[in-house]
Write a protein that binds this ligand. Structure first.
Ligand code: ADP
Length: 401
C-alpha cells in the first residue's frame, strides 16, 4: 500500500511516501518539505530515490503546496509514482485531538468537525493540519485519510494526573487540563525500547525523553502513558529551545505589571524568547551553547539548568512508576548530544542509572548507552513519527476495506 504521510505546519508541509508491505516491512520512496508557504521565497526540497532536488516557486497556501508535492511525486525527474491514483491512503499528523481522540482515526466529516473544534486548544497547530486534510481530500476525494494525534498516546493519563488545581469549573467549561504532546514519538520509542530490550512492553517501566526544539518526558507504565511533562499546551515542563517550561505562574502577572505588557506579549516571551535562548542570550540551539560553554558563564548555566530540571523529572517519574527498567533519549538533542545525555544521567547512579562513556558517543542510531551491569537500561532511539503515522494508516485502512 502506498501511503503519503503529511505533516502541515503554519508555513511548511513535510511529506514522506511509504510503500508498506505490512506493518513491519516498508520502504520510504520519497520525502521532502515545502517551506515558506505564504511567504516570499517558497521552496521545495526533496529526496526521491536518493537524489536531492531543490526548486523555488510561489506557494500562496497549503493547497498549492500539496499540489506541488503530488506533482514532484508523479512527474519529471523526481517521479516515483505513475500517477496520483497510486496513492492509496494519506496519513496526517494532527497536533490536538482533545479528549475525544485517544487513538488514530479514519477521517470523515464528523471527525473533521471535532478536529476543527479542537483548534481552540491548539490555535497555532490544528488550523494548518485542517488545511492539509482539506487539500488532500480535494486532490484525492476517493482516497482514505487518517488522522494521527500528538495527544492520543496520553489519553491514558489518570484523572489525578491531568487535572490542574484551579477551580474545577474551568475544566468543565473550557477543558483546561493536561493533554501532553509528542505522543506519536513517545509511542514509537516505547515500542522500539521493548523490542531492543527483548521484553514485553506490558512488563516495563520506562521514561521516554523527547528532546528536540520542544522537550517532553513521559512516564510509560506497561506501554501506557501515565504522566507527561507538557500540559494544557506545549509550554509546560522542561527547558526547551525557546519555551520556558515550568515557571511560577505568578511570574506572568509580575512581568505584566512591571513591564506594562499585555497577555499576548508575555505569551510571546514565554514561547519564543525563553528556554535555552532566554537563559543563554546566545541561541536556541544547544549545539551553539555546547560550543560557547567553555568560555561563557550563561552558556554553562543553560546546560546546568537543562540537566538539573531533567533529573528532577526523571526522579519524579521514577517515583510514580515505582522503579525504572529503561530510560530512552530521542529527537535532535536526545539522539545527538552525548554531553547532555551524560550530564542528565550523572548523579542518578542511586536510581540504578550507569552510563558507559564509550557507548554514549553514539549518534542517530539505536543503541544501549548504559553499562552492561546497569540495572536501568539507557537507550538512544531515533524517533520516527512518520513511520508510526504510516503504520496506523495502513492498519486502519486495511480494517475498513
Ligand atoms: P524539532 O523538535 O524541531 O523537530 P529536532 O528534534 O530536530 O527538532 O531537534 C532540533 C534540536 O536538536 C536543535 O535545536 C538542536 O538544539 C538539537 N541538536 C541537533 N543536533 C544536535 C547535536 N549534534 N548536538 C546537540 N544538539 C543537537
Amino acid at each position: 500500500m502506498n501511503i503519503l504521510v503529511v505533516n502541515c505546519g503554519s508555513s511548511t508541509v513535510k511529506y514522506q511516501l511509504f510503500r508498506m508491505e505490512d506493518e513491519d516491512r516498508h520502504e520510504v520512496l520519497a520525502k521532502g518539505i515545502v517551506e515558506r508557504i505564504g511567504i516570499p521565497g517558497s521552496r521545495l526540497e526533496c529526496n526521491h530515490s536518493g537524489t536531492l532536488h531543490i526548486e523555488e516557486r510561489s506557494v500562496p497556501n497549503h493547497r498549492v503546496a500539496l499540489e506541488w508535492v503530488v506533482q514532484v511525486l508523479t512527474g519529471g525527474e523526481t517521479r516515483v509514482l505513475g500517477s496520483i491514483k497510486e496513492i492509496e491512503a494519506v496519513g496526517h499528523r494532527v497536533v490536538h485531538g482533545g479528549e475525544k481522540f485517544t487513538g488514530s482515526v479514519v477521517i470523515d466529516e464528523e471527525v473533521l468537525q471535532v478536529i476543527r473544534a479542537c483548534a481552540d486548544l491548539a490555535p497555532l497547530h490544528n488550523p494548518p493540519n485542517i488545511l492539509g486534510i482539506e487539500a488532500c481530500r480535494d486532490l484525492m476525494p476517493e482516497v482514505p485519510q487518517v488522522a494521527v494525534f500528538d495527544t492520543a498516546f496520553h489519553g491514558t493519563l489518570p484523572e489525578y494526573a491531568y487535572i490542574y488545581a484551579i477551580p474545577y469549573e474551568y475544566y468543565e467549561k473550557y477543558r483546561i487540563r493536561r493533554y501532553g504532546f509528542h505522543g506519536t514519538s513517545h509511542r514509537y520509542v516505547t515500542e522500539r525500547a521493548a523490542k531492543m530490550m527483548g521484553r514485553d512492553v506490558k512488563e516495563l517501566r520506562l521514561i521516554t525523553c523527547h528532546m528536540g526544539s520542544g522537550v517532553s518526558f513521559t512516564a510509560v507504565l506497561h506501554g501506557k502513558s501515565i504522566d507527561t511533562s507538557m500540559g494544557f499546551t506545549p509550554l509546560e515542563g522542561l527547558v526547551m529551545g525557546t519555551r520556558c517550561g515550568d515557571i511560577d505562574p505568578a511570574i506572568v502577572f509580575s512581568l505584566m505589571k512591571k513591564e506594562g505588557l499585555s497577555a499576548e506579549q508575555v505569551e510571546e516571551i514565554l514561547n519564543k524568547r525563553s528556554g535555552v535562548l532566554g537563559i543563554s542570550g546566545i541561541s536556541s540551539d544547544t549545539r551553539d551553547i555546547e560550543d560557547a560553554a567553555p568560555h561563557n558563564h550563561r552558556a554553562r548555566l543553560t546546560l546546568e539548568v537543562i540537566a538539573y530540571r531533567a533529573k528532577k523529572y526523571i526522579g519524579a517519574y521514577y517515583a510514580i512508576l515505582g522503579g525504572l527498567d529503561g530510560l530512552v533519549f530521542t529527537a535532535g538533542i536526545g539522539e545527538n548530544s552525548s554531553y547532555i545525555r551524560k550530564s542528565i544521567c550523572t548523579g542518578l547512579e542511586h536510581l540504578g542509572i550507569f552510563i558507559d562513556d564509550e557507548r554514549n558517543t553514539v549518534r542517530r542510531k539505536e543503541a544501549f548507552i548504559s553499562r552492561d551491569d546497569s540495572p536501568v537500561k539507557v537507550m538512544v532511539i531515533p524517533t520516527d513519527e512518520e513511520l508510526m503515522i504510516a503504520r496506523d494508516t495502513w492498519r486502519l485502512v486495511r480494517e475498513t476495506r
